[in-house]
Design a binder for this molecule. Structure first.
Ligand SMILES: Cc1cc2nc3c(=O)[nH]c(=O)nc-3n(C[C@H](O)[C@H](O)[C@H](O)COP(=O)(O)OP(=O)(O)OC[C@H]3O[C@@H](n4cnc5c(N)ncnc54)[C@H](O)[C@@H]3O)c2cc1C
Length: 471
């Protein structure tokens, strides 16, 4: 009998198993499907590969500006999907984690089918495998939220992209959070006519308002029809050429049609098959596994980590959770996560990213200074012909430290990583301004915006102080 059994081999589960074994526990890792979970097989890796293809299409369209003439790019979707499969396989093959798990003696049960609790220390899989352990860590991730509306079975999720024979001529994308926005942006670049529906008053609700406004404007310029605050869905119906969504707003019925409807209205715990009551594990009001500060569930010998707990649903956070849950499972509950700096970004066109507080949130608790620099005033973006976007910094007036950074435009996600390091280090904004970041780079915009904030605070930004323009 292993000391620790980990259920689910996504980032949370893999790191939980690694850590438990590293601490000397006999460890088993069991997962329903392929090793790697959502991240490797159905989320960031394949979606980022599609996003890269979309970027290549955009770059190809720019070639003429640089005197390079080729014909208009033509996308062969089945060939692209082959590339996606190649990438997924390559990432899996080159993972150093799996050999590490083997070296540490972790027993891996892959493609084992859904595991369910029989009692608080025993699980059984669909295939009849029965395992017991002293400690169990639930890392089963999440799944796309389903809507209780008639005809929902006619809709698709982002996962269906992997089995489409061709790019659909038109698409309804319902839900404009990170996943919906990426699906809309990528398939728009591939030539699909996109209508993007968001029930909330603005797309990308959790982003800074300036970010939402810039992305929605760019989406509209690129031909995506965006309907914010569109109302409530009544039903989906089959049509001769696809699907129709019927919705109502303020008592008025409306409809929209396309070849395909992709629904991305949130993420719920993948815990339905686990038979949690048999283990005494409770869920919270949103249906995620309830955990305390040590990632302990309501059954003290069972821990949970990653998306199944419903906190920040991202790979780095799942990894941290897995590490922490295993540490607490083996050594006893002692490790908690302090305040985390969590950069978040999305690979749309334009990219957007954030770290820290939005301007509105920061203003609730701090006296702030806000500085922004537009992409069209920096050298690198002009060289690359990528001048749409901005970088915005929110700074605490009392301490001069950075509370938040929000970027829209080319390489936004990478720029934000630098800001995350500055925030994690507690760097004052004038100290950030003094770092001679390389020229001409995208990240260099951070020096400019930091100098702008330092000037507003009356602080000396060193050599940046006299630099009003980029060059
Ligand atoms: C479209 C999309 C794009 C994304 N892009 C990003 C991104 O760019 N950056 C980022 O950081 N994050 C991204 N994410 C989020 C990221 O994929 C998740 O946060 C991460 O995979 C969570 O890891 P996890 O280990 O908790 O769960 P998962 O990766 O979901 O792994 C859970 C595993 O458990 C298995 N399982 C479930 N139930 C059972 C059971 N009963 N028995 C046995 N096994 C079971 C599942 O099959 C799965 O293999 C994206 C997600 C999506 C959907």
């Amino acid at each position: 009998m292993p000391d620790v059994l980990v259920i689910g081999a996504g980032p949370a589960g893999v790191f939980a198993a690694l850590r438990a074994a590293d601490l000397g526990a006999q460890t088993a890792l069991i997962t329903r499907g392929e090793y790697g979970g959502m991240a490797a097989n159905d989320g960031p890796v394949p979606v980022r590969t599609l996003a890269h293809a979309a970027r290549l299409v955009r770059d190809a369209r720019q070639l003429g500006r640089y005197g390079i003439f080729v014909s208009e790019p033509i996308l062969e979707y089945p060939r692209l999907l082959e590339r996606v499969r190649e990438v997924v396989e390559d990432v899996r093959t080159h993972s150093s984690l799996r050999p590490h798990l083997h070296r540490l003696g972790v027993t891996i049960y892959e493609r084992a089918g859904t595991a369910r609790f029989v009692d608080p220390r025993t699980i059984e899989t669909e295939g009849g495998l029965r395992l017991q352990a002293e400690k169990i860590i639930i890392c089963t991730g999440g799944v796309s939220r389903r809507l209780p509306v008639p005809g929902f079975e006619l809709t698709a999720t982002h996962s269906d992209a992997w089995s489409l024979p061709a790019v659909p001529p038109s698409m309804l994308v319902i839900g404009a959070g990170a996943t919906g926005a990426q699906v809309a942006s990528i398939f728009n670049a591939f030539g699909s006519r996109i209508q993007l529906f968001e029930a909330a008053p603005r797309i990308l609700q959790t982003e800074d308002e300036d970010v939402s406004a810039a992305v929605v404007a760019a989406f509209r310029r690129s031909g995506i029809v965006v309907r914010e605050g569109f109302g409530a869905i009544e039903s989906f119906e089959k049509t001769a050429s696809g699907v129709r969504m019927v919705f109502t707003k303020e008592g008025v019925r409306d409809g929209a049609e396309a070849a395909l409807a992709v629904v991305a209205v949130g993420w719920v715990a993948d815990a339905g098959g686990l038979n949690l009551p048999a283990a005494g594990v409770e869920t919270d009001s949103r249906g995620f596994v309830w955990i305390d500060a040590y990632l302990r569930t309501s059954a003290p010998h069972i821990f949970a980590a990653g998306d199944v707990t419903g906190r920040l649903m991202l790979v780095p956070q799942a990894i941290q959770d897995g590490f922490m849950a295993a540490t607490n499972a083996v050594r006893g509950p002692r490790m908690t996560l302090g305040d985390q700096v969590s950069p978040i970004g999305s690979f749309t066109d334009p990219e957007y990213a954030q770290v820290g507080l939005t301007e509105a949130k920061a203003r609730e608790t701090h006296d702030v200074v806000v500085a922004a620099v537009r992409f069209d005033s920096t050298t690198r973006t002009i060289i690359d012909g990528r001048t749409a976007g901005f970088c915005k910094l929110i700074v605490d007036r009392a301490t001069s430290t950075i509370l938040g950074c929000h970027v829209v435009g080319e390489r936004a996600v990478e720029i934000t990583q630098v800001a995350a390091i500055a925030i994690a280090a507690g760097l004052r904004v004038n100290d950030l301004a003094r770092v001679p970041l390389s020229f001409p780079t995208y990240a260099g915009i951070l020096g400019r915006v930091a100098a702008n904030a330092a000037r507003q605070l009356g602080l000396n930004a060193g050599w940046q102080a006299s630099r009003m323009e980029d060059l």
